[in-house]
Design a protein around this ligand. Structure first.
Ligand code: NAP
Ligand code: F7E
Length: 353
């Protein structure tokens, strides 16, 4: 095919990498994904894509500059999507240096590998960079990062702008607010909740524990957001865009909604560490608070204003929070019925995380 484009995606095994890969394959792209070496690889999200003739996997690592240069030289991508990251905010307090190596210097290495090519570059910047800045946040809001994760992402954000201004690189920052899906990592709050609610609804679990229920987040569906990433690279000029729904919900509201999707009405009683969520039908405790899930520093409220993306890209989120939560809870219930055994409380969350 004459006009077939080639894309290189770092972080292909993650939520966004897998969904973006599918999106680009559907558009006729040749998709190359960079996969980290692991003795026990988890390629579940891309299993179905591996059968596709236009899907190719390469070992690579954002901490290895030579490897990135060779990949870009050999693949000669038209578009590079830098989605690879240590993406967990709380974990970044435990491994700040590794987070900086991957998220900050990793982006520098990849930009340098792309610098002398015609490839267009997408950087997975994050609403976390706004940190303690007052919502709603948009492209003009001053950044105030509150974690090693956010600080590393901010370094990468500025490098993208530096490379764009200094070398004329078509490099754009997508400043994305939280986006979720049934493919979301199990350590993020939405997926932890959808899995636990599914397990409770299927009679396989009694209750689970969470951290800060008051945090406000702007949760969208990842499939809407990967389209926005692609739209940014189709523009004549590179730029930076916020993608968000503009709607804020607390973690508590998310949990309430998830239970309602499973036909359970939850009521909240108590305050602070003593707050609990009860099954309104029988008084059973469903949710407790465990300080192990608190963070050294919390981002209280992230709510995005995506007016610029709407006006210039024509981007609009298509999925409501209710649709997203229904999708996630239904997928986790179906997985349990197919025989996936739920893990212990915490679902992969160790005290260190
Ligand atoms: P994710 O599921 O955690 O995926 C991260 C990916 O990065 C995984 O494929 C992971 O590989 C890979 N990775 C980790 N260390 C790496 C390294 N040293 N070199 C290369 N790749 C490495 O994250 P996501 O939710 O899809 O998010 C995609 C990107 O968007 C991330 O950069 C994230 O920080 C950013 N972001 C996400 C959101 C959101 O709400 N999802 C919002 C804003 C920005 P393994 O699977 O082998 O660990
Ligand atoms: O936490 C609170 C927690 O870990 C959301 C990443 O994709 O989005 C994500 O970062 C909120 C926080 O996502 C638990 O304290 C309560 O306030 O799901 P999360 P995040 O930190 O917002 C941004 C945009 C990114 O860029 C990141 O890569 O939920 N919370 N109880 C909890 N969080 C977790 N994980 N687990 C709990 O038990």
């Amino acid at each position: 095919m004459q006009d077939m484009k080639t894309a290189l995606i770092t972080g292909i095994t993650g939520q966004d990498g897998a969904i973006l890969a599918q999106f680009l394959l559907d558009k006729g792209y040749d998709v190359h994904g960079m996969q980290l070496y692991s003795a026990t690889p988890d390629t579940q999200r891309i299993e179905i894509l591996q059968k596709h003739e236009r899907f190719h996997l390469h070992y690579g690592d954002l901490t290895d500059g030579g490897n990135l240069h060779r990949l870009v030289r050999d693949i000669r991508p038209d578009e590079v999507y830098n989605l690879g990251a240590q993406s967990h905010v709380k974990v970044s307090f435990a491994v700040p240096e590794a987070t900086a190596q991957i998220n900050a210097l990793g982006t520098l290495r990849l930009l340098d590998a792309v610098r002398d090519t015609d490839a267009r570059f997408y950087q997975a910047s994050s609403s976390e960079m706004f940190g303690s800045a007052r919502p709603p946040q948009n492209e003009q809001t001053p950044f105030a990062p509150c974690s090693p994760y956010a600080s590393a992402k901010l370094y990468a954000y500025w490098l993208v702008r530096n490379y764009r201004d200094s070398y004329g690189l078509h490099a754009s920052n997508g400043i994305l607010f939280n986006h979720e899906s049934p493919l979301r990592g199990e350590e993020f709050v939405t997926r932890k909740v959808s899995r636990c609610v599914a397990a409770i609804a299927e009679g396989q679990k009694e209750r689970f524990a969470l951290g800060n229920l008051d945090a406000l987040r702007d949760w969208g569906h990842a499939r809407d957001y990967v389209e926005g990433m692609w739209m940014m690279l189709q523009q004549d000029k590179p730029d930076d865009y916020v993608l968000a729904t503009g709607q804020a919900y607390s973690v508590r509201e998310f949990v309430t909604l998830a239970f309602s999707c499973a036909g359970i009405r939850i009521v909240w009683r108590g305050a602070g560490l003593d707050e609990k969520g009860y099954d309104a039908a029988n008084g059973r405790v469903l949710v407790t608070i465990d300080p192990q899930f608190f963070r050294p520093n919390e981002v209280n409220a992230l709510v995005g204003d995506a007016t610029k993306a709407q006006q210039i890209l024509g981007w609009q989120p298509k999925t409501t929070l209710r649709m997203l939560v229904e999708d996630m809870v239904a997928a986790d219930r179906a997985a349990l019925r197919e025989g996936h055994v739920p893990e212990d409380e915490g679902f992969g969350f160790s005290a260190a995380a």
